[in-house]
Design a protein around this ligand. Sequence first.
Ligand code: TA6
Length: 283
Amino acid sequence: QEPGDFPAGDIVFLDRGDGNSALLHLHGATLISWKCHSVENLFLSSTSVFDNKKAIRGGVPIAFPNFGPWPLGPQHGFARIKRWTVAVPPTKDAHGDVLAVLTLEDDEETRAMWDYKFKLVYTLVLSEKKLVSTLVIHNTDTKSLGFTTLLHTYFRVSDIDKTTVEGLKGLKYIDKITGGKDVIETRDLVTVDRNYDRVYKDAPQIVVISSGPEPSRKIEVKSFNFPDVVVWNPWDVKAKEMGDFDDEGYKEMVCVEVGKVVTPVTLTAGSQYECSQTFTSML
Ligand code: TA6
């Protein structure tokens, strides 16, 4: 994905000038591209809709204040379909790293669904072969609030059949396809060969997604305050059912989503919850 593919007012482009770059769309503060030495590491469906209404199909949509179906509003909450504000435009520091900050605050529309005052502060720092995404959730209300939250990352892979996720061995997971609860993952390297939708609980801070062949990718994801990891791939039938998911796209992506989703957070008035994911290209 290139900046030129979008209206300039809709995007924020972090560029180190050395083939390491990141592109955010203000719709949902959705990170839609992260390149290391010009290799794209995020998947964006070729049929994703950019109408500033529907969630973008790919990149890193932000699930807040609810991951999953939500009786008060849209699935995965409203954060990924609201227009965020650029609080700090892309700024290069002395090391050549680039930082940007986007924010989202409550408004009439969000309060109609979820009657709480909040402020989300999303900070991205792009270094060489590394991107740190930090989300701070501020309770600016006078009462406690509860939420679940998750970064719904679509990693690009050249071939799902040659893709592994390392770091999940021994974990209990909820299998949303079979209905299995507290199933134990026994594999060192998790592979995906069908519709997967699993919520791994109390995961380690580091998981590694390796894929190939050309181009090979090996991405370390290090999380902070995101104890759960969702692994999702719609596979062929469900990909076809989604109008914004290109039919063959499931072969070139795997969602590995760090979140705080099994146990909701209760945030007292005036307090904040900080969570982050760090992508590092290991190649
Ligand atoms: O993260 C996995 C999941 O919860 C799946 O159940 C599937 O619904 C996916 O998110 C995509 O959801 P979306 O609302 O973006 O189509």
